[in-house]
Design a protein around this ligand. Structure first.
Ligand SMILES: [Zn+2]
Length: 103
């Protein structure tokens, strides 16, 4: 799904969540909106895209977008750390634990 479509979808799900009478249905739509915003934030970390105006006007969507971006950054750092440890001659050498420097 393209970023714009996803942002439209997120905004629509949030709008729908406010219209639904059943609180469970409403919560599910709100979660879906949050998930979409989170995934857009994740993608944005990699593409450098700015937050869509469709999301930025809604606190919950803006927060999820930001948290997606932070999670993507954390994942990259983790990948880098693991890569470094894999390349380190003393990490996991026999003991199964990282060395002093990387532990
Ligand atoms: Zn090490």
């Amino acid at each position: 799904m393209k970023a714009f479509q996803k942002a439209v979808e997120a905004r629509c799900a949030l709008a729908l969540s406010r219209l639904l009478a059943d609180p469970d249905d409403a919560e599910l739509e709100e979660l879906r909106a949050g998930c979409l915003a989170h995934s857009l934030g994740w993608d944005a970390f990699h593409t450098g895209a700015a937050i869509s105006p469709l999301l930025s006007g809604e606190d919950i969507l803006r927060q999820e977008w930001e948290s997606g971006r932070m999670d993507a950054r954390a994942q990259v750092r983790l990948d880098e750390a693991l890569e470094e440890m894999n390349a380190c001659p003393t990490c996991f050498s026999g003991s199964g634990d990282p060395c002093h420097f990387h532990g």
